[in-house]
Design a protein around this ligand. Structure first.
Ligand code: SF4
Length: 363
């Protein structure tokens, strides 16, 4: 049922005052379809972003270092059984070169992502040490914080990665409905994936949790995801639209309209006003950035250096070799939207405060 304007005003007013919203209220925000009501939602999200982050937006450089994966997630282009998928495993020197290029272009963080590549994850200690060595070198050479997204790894590997200096561990559940998870992430364990994030947090790593929208979830499922993210006390949360991928079982399934992802981003900002929430270039490319920023996002992710044969995740090639996923293209978009790149010191300070528990405790 469509929410009335006065009910919406009341909910947004309470969200702006950081009052807890009920399940029904959160679901009603996810159900809005009226243009003016959506604009009111986005305006509230922007107000909260401004309150906690001012005009500052952080930029994340993305290095997809291996597109091999031992898993077979139904939605993913890089699933093990997809013969159409682009495969590569970058050498250490190539990863370092890409990371340095990104650092020089002004990003705030280097995100090292890979499929669950058996070369790293099924070779015992040697594979993990290789990955940890990469983290150490990227961090030393760029001087930037590092996010590592290796998939599900044992606690000993998390310890090794934390010792190597990783600041962030990203691992997306994609859905917090155990049933939908089972359908999508074939032969993987829901609890194991979730618990790995709890272990990583205990080891002092910051956590990014994420969900996929338009993949068969209901708004009640989305509510579950948002609550799971709160329970996890995630430091960064992201939503990305499902995009049908060539060569996968879901190839012929239509993805949702962009508004789905954008609307969820705004609801995330209401519930997590002081956290990092990305606008990814990976779904709609550079053209999709303004509406995501207008919905309260405060990080731009998937900035990728061109000409190095590096892929994106949901859009393996979109805008990459046209250089449109670079800071040179992103910065003017920030400016046009009344925003600016935050300082590196500001980003570091946020990380440090968050690790110390100083962000998220105030209202
Ligand atoms: S989503 Fe991740 S774990 Fe699943 S197949 Fe793709 S790369 Fe592998």
């Amino acid at each position: 049922m469509q929410i009335t304007d006065s009910n919406l005003e009341n909910i947004l007013d309470r969200a702006l005052k950081r009052k807890e919203l009920s399940r029904e209220e959160i679901v009603s925000l996810l159900e809005i379809s009226d243009k003016d009501q959506l604009e009111a939602l986005f305006q509230a999200a922007r107000t909260l972003r401004e309150k906690y982050f001012g005009k500052d937006i952080f930029l994340y450089g993305f290095v997809y270092l291996s597109t091999y994966c031992r898993n077979d997630c139904r939605f993913c282009y890089y699933r093990r059984s997809n013969r159409d998928s682009l495969r590569y495993r970058k050498k250490e020197s190539e990863v370092l070169e890409a990371a340095l290029d990104l650092a020089e272009s002004g990003v705030h963080l280097i995100d090292l992502t890979m499929g669950e590549d058996p070369e790293y994850l099924d070779r015992g200690q040697a594979g993990i040490e290789r990955l940890a060595g990469l983290v150490r070198k990227v961090k030393a050479r760029t001087g930037l914080p590092v996010m590592i997204s290796p998939g599900v790894v044992p606690e000993s590997a998390l310890q090794e990665l934390a010792r190597a200096g990783a600041d962030w561990y990203a691992c997306y559940q994609e859905t917090h409905s155990a049933l939908l998870f089972e359908e999508l992430r074939i032969n993987q364990r829901f609890a194991e994936r979730l618990n790995t994030k709890y272990r990583a947090h205990e080891l002092g790593l910051l956590i990014e949790e994420g969900l996929l929208s338009g993949i068969g979830e209901t708004n009640q499922d989305l509510f579950l995801s948002l609550m799971a993210m709160q329970e996890l006390n995630a430091d960064q949360i992201r939503v990305m639209n499902f995009i049908p991928q060539k060569g996968t079982p879901l190839e012929g399934v239509a993805g949702p309209g962009s508004i789905r992802e954008i609307q969820i981003t705004a609801v995330m900002r209401l519930l997590f006003p002081d956290r990092l929430i990305p606008a990814s270039l990976d779904v709609d490319g550079l053209d999709g950035l303004p509406p995501r920023l207008a919905a309260g996002a405060n990080v731009v992710t998937s900035i990728i250096p061109p000409g190095q044969g590096l892929a994106g995740v949901a859009q393996s090639t979109l805008d990459i070799d046209e250089s449109r996923r670079t800071t040179a293209w992103v910065l003017p978009v920030l400016e046009e939207n009344g925003l600016q790149a935050g300082s590196r010191a500001g980003y570091r300070s946020w990380i440090e405060k968050r690790v110390q528990g100083l962000v998220g405790s105030e209202s």
